[in-house]
Design a protein. Structure first.
Length: 134
């Protein structure tokens, strides 16, 4: 199993994300912050100081989702006037077009991509180290 330092992991994630996004102009500060935060969260969850290479593409996907969420949240000229179009819906009505968002299912201070971290815990558990309590 190939292992990376935290800095190497962040650098590789940024490189892969730039390659994936191509000509799209990225906010470098947001991208770097999101990558560092995700790597830190993953290392903390796994009780590790080294980052498994197998998790790089998973991290690239989650950082990309975070950037998409931030863009949707900041877009005030979007289809729904600044409301993220990928938010959870509780119901949709056809005539006169009514949307009801499942606001009770979303943390007001978080983004949808924060919930994606929970979806990868099964994969993270493969690399999680056991810790003993004092």
């Amino acid at each position: 199993m190939e292992l990376l330092t935290k800095a190497e992991a962040v650098s590789l994630i940024l490189e892969k994300l730039r390659l994936l996004r191509g000509a799209e102009k990225l906010n470098e500060v947001q991208v770097e912050f999101a990558a560092e935060k995700l790597v830190s969260d993953m290392l903390d969850y796994c009780h590790r100081e080294d980052f498994p290479m197998a998790l790089v593409y998973t991290a690239v996907d989650l950082v990309g989702k975070r950037l998409d969420d931030l863009a949707a949240q900041a877009d005030e000229d979007g289809a729904l006037g600044g409301i993220p179009v990928n938010g959870p819906l509780s119901s949709i009505k056809m005539d006169d077009t009514e949307f009801k968002f499942a606001v009770n299912n979303v943390d007001g201070c978080g983004l949808m991509s924060d919930y994606d971290f929970g979806s990868i815990k099964g994969k993270l558990n493969l690399y999680r180290k056991a810790v003993s309590l004092p």
